[in-house]
Design a protein around this ligand. Structure first.
Ligand SMILES: C[S@@+](CC[C@H](N)C(=O)[O-])C[C@H]1O[C@@H](n2cnc3c(N)ncnc32)[C@H](O)[C@@H]1O
Length: 311
């Protein structure tokens, strides 16, 4: 139950984040024993770059504490969607925090929102939706892959989020989202190979008062197909976005300093040539964007479905 709200102490069964360094972060289940390959219960010893942790030792410990490993130490943290995205077991490609923050903003998701998501995948995005919509909203998430549906269902339950989400196995492009959600959704999110096929079903699922739709496409051809389908089905304000993180390069540089006094005087050829030659250099901390940037994840196509009377 470690996602459902702030907690002081680690209880048996909690999902706990073991934080060693920025790039060495793990999610572990706080249980004293696990099953080995032969199906026998054995003591749960978690191996890290800084040595072993007997997991039973963290049960009863305060969240945020520093714990001993056999060759170092780590912190035990309560999970949140950001840490979960960094550590979750990947069953598919997942969405990461920079795209997700734009998705939540563009879908105007807030406490009380009813959100439809497909596909569920590894449940990375779902955890952010659940944080944003609780305590009064609901998430309907769909995937056609049986095992992914089961795993996501079990994870939401063990994270204490089961009351706010329903995971359904369904091909949403062929069969839509089902009568249960007709006219209920404030927002629909699609992360599918052929999202354009789910757009007519999204219209059916949205509230009479309208709503927002966002679709993630790894390539521009897919987002073009989405744009066409959105226009055909009455969506307006279609926008295609790409979230790119720019890491500025900060360094100290010797910068030539011009004496700008000459601007105050009438120009002569000789004077201005001389004046434009820098007289001194000064050290400055400078920041510049990199010349090239690898960072493409995908395009976010967002649009608004107007209220029924205005469609
Ligand atoms: C890239 S993953 C989604 C990842 C997810 N956004 C996350 O952050 O973890 C795409 C998922 O869509 C599912 N999928 C593909 N086509 C589908 C369809 N027609 N109906 C339902 N699910 C579908 C796949 O099984 C896969 O799990």
């Amino acid at each position: 139950m470690s996602f459902a709200g702030p907690k002081a102490v680690i209880e048996e069964g909690d999902t706990v984040i073991l934080y060693l360094t920025v790039t060495n972060v793990y999610a572990i289940e706080a249980v004293p024993q696990i099953k080995n390959k032969k199906g026998e219960f054995v003591e749960y010893v978690f191996q890290t770059n800084f040595g072993a942790l007997k997991v039973k030792d963290i049960i009863g410990v305060q969240y945020g504490s520093k714990v001993e490993l056999s060759k170092g130490w780590a912190h035990v943290l309560q999970p949140n969607p950001e840490l979960w995205t960094q550590t979750l077991p990947h069953r598919t490609q997942i969405l990461y925090t920079p795209d997700i923050s734009m998705i939540l903003y563009q879908l105007e998701v807030k406490p009380g929102s009813v959100v439809i998501e497909s596909g569920t995948g590894s449940g990375s995005l779902s955890h952010y939706f659940l944080r944003a919509i609780r305590p009064s909203g609901f998430l309907y998430t769909f995937d056609f892959h049986e095992e992914r549906v089961q795993k996501a269902h079990d994870e939401f339950k063990s994270h204490g989020l089961g009351d706010f989400v329903k995971v359904t196995q369904r091909d949403v492009c062929e069969k839509g989202f089902g009568e249960e959600v007709d006219g209920k959704a404030d927002a629909v999110f699609l992360d599918l190979p052929a999202p354009q096929l789910a757009i007519p079903h999204a219209v059916k699922a949205m509230k009479e008062s309208g709503g927002r739709l966002c679709s993630f496409s790894p390539c521009i051809e897919q987002s073009l197909r989405v744009c066409e389908a959105l226009e055909q089905h009455g969506f307006v304000d279609v926008v295609n976005l790409e979230v790119l993180q720019v890491e500025d390069i900060v360094r100290t540089r010797n910068v030539p300093v011009m004496d700008l006094e000459f601007l105050k005087h009438k120009k002569t050829d000789v004077d201005s040539k001389d004046a434009k030659t820098p007289k001194e250099t000064k050290k400055y901390i400078t920041s510049s964007a990199p010349n090239s940037m690898a960072g493409h994840t995908g395009y976010l196509t967002v649009a608004e479905l107007p209220p029924l009377f205005a469609r």
